[in-house]
Design a protein around this ligand. Structure first.
Ligand code: PA5
Length: 422
């Protein structure tokens, strides 16, 4: 379902040393003996998500779909990017499909919130607020605005039917508000951290509201879970090993390149997953993403001839879901008849192959991950693939994959500036 190809030979000696590090990291992960081992609940999450929970999420989603032209999903980081990644990958580009999904709580733009509230005056909407800690400033600010707007528009009692909370089982201000207001609430399991939570209600509810099949998403993830946890030779762990091999060659930047713009938010999710998991204690590979062919006309020059500080992973989709063919034109004014009869995907594939070749010629090590198509099952498998690879990779580096102590520094400074009471 997911394939990995590496265009790089490693000498025998280095390869066996890296293999030993890879197996060691897998053992640490599977035996739960590593740093952050209280956050390993994601490992068997696809297999242990009950039919009952899935049915319940689908029921809530169906209800919200029936009363909403638009659903506002409030969250940041791991409480936001996974759902957006899956929905963007699956939704048609020019759809009028209802409900429209709008995101909030992922920044602090005053203009955005003023526009959003004005827009919400004109449509029927619901709100899902997602925060594991229940105390993160960005979603808390957005939720204060939206709760007030919703109560004013619908009245306090109907607002309760239109607000759903996804938060910690016991702690946090959001949990307290949800209990007081009696909102429908889903729990984020204690042993699952934000960026590993997309296959929990955090991602499942928004994805179901957008009209996609969360059962298939979990089935794809479960297939990948089986592949990763039943064998020491999973492709996810090999991907982790090659990343660390390139890092040892002083290639400190990984570029995840896609030729399908629908995968843009998947690359944003990937950046957060690897960036927050590995970037600590002066270590880690800096994750960057590019969407081609667009970025070939901006950063392509640097990639080809700039400093050799990076390696590149292509994330490729084997088959498009739709068809669009170039026509033959009698007068051939635009001189494009050499493409007549070809599908756009054939041209895109040629661009991808040509780019891989060019970057290799430019001394850029390349890996390629291929998924069959953009459907729920493949995306579920891809999500699990990256989660598992990230944990193995971070353990190979010797860091805790599941904390993010560095994120606190800006928060502390911001609270001081804003005069937040202790
Ligand atoms: O991966 C993480 O844990 C973080 O990125 C969090 O998801 C993010 O900071 C949001 O936190 P919370 O869900 O507590 O609002």
């Amino acid at each position: 379902m997911i394939a990995l190809k590496i265009n790089q030979n490693i000498d025998k000696h280095t390869f066996s040393a890296m293999e030993a590090e890879r197996i060691n990291a897998i053992q640490i992960l599977h035996h739960g003996t590593g740093k952050g081992n209280e956050y390993l609940g994601w490992i068997d999450l696809p297999a242990r998500t009950s039919d009952r929970l899935q049915d319940d999420i689908i029921r809530t989603a169906d209800y919200l779909r029936s009363v909403s032209e638009c659903v506002v999903v409030v969250g940041i980081g791991g409480s936001y990017l996974g759902a957006r990644a899956v929905i963007s990958a699956l939704r048609d580009d020019f759809t009028n499909e209802k409900p429209k999904i709008i995101y909030a709580g992922h920044h602090l733009s005053e203009d955005y919130y003023a526009d959003l509230l004005q827009y919400l005056d004109t449509v029927n909407y619901s709100v899902i607020v997602i925060s594991k800690s229940g105390t993160t400033t960005e979603p808390a600010v957005a939720f204060r605005l939206l709760k007030k707007h919703c109560e004013k528009k619908y009245g306090p009692s109907e607002a309760k039917n239109r607000i759903v909370c996804i938060t910690d089982a016991r702690n946090g201000i959001l949990k307290e508000i949800a209990q007081k207001e009696k909102y429908v609430t889903y729990e984020i399991p204690d042993d699952i951290g934000g960026r590993y939570s997309v296959l929990s209600p955090v991602g499942l509810l928004p994805v179901a509201i957008a009209g996609f099949d969360i059962r298939a998403l979990l089935t794809g993830a479960k297939d990948m879970q089986d592949q990763c946890t039943n064998s020491k030779n999973s492709i996810a762990s090999r991907y982790a090993m090659y990343r660390n091999y390139f890092l040892k060659q002083r290639l400190n930047v990984e570029i995840l390149s896609v030729f399908e713009p629908k995968l843009h938010y998947l690359t944003e999710w990937w950046k957060q997953l690897f960036g927050e998991s590995e970037g600590k204690e002066g270590q880690g590979i800096f994750p960057v993403s590019m969407t081609f062919t667009t970025d070939l006309h901006s950063l392509g020059q640097y990639m080809q001839e700039g400093q050799r500080i990076m390696f590149e992973t292509f994330l490729s989709v084997a088959s498009p879901k739709k068809e669009c063919v170039i026509s033959f034109e009698e007068n051939n004014e635009d001189k494009l008849n050499f493409l007549a009869g070809k599908r756009i995907s054939a041209i895109n594939n040629a661009a991808e192959e040509a780019t891989i070749l060019a970057h290799q010629q430019g001394n850029l090590p390349v890996m390629k991950i291929t998924m069959e198509t953009l459907d729920e099952k493949s995306i579920g498998a891809l999500i699990y693939f990256f989660e598992y690879a990230c944990a193995v990779s971070a353990y190979m580096l010797g860091v805790n994959p599941f904390n993010q102590p560095g994120v606190e520094t800006y928060k502390k400074n911001m609270f001081t500036l804003l005069g937040k009471p202790d």
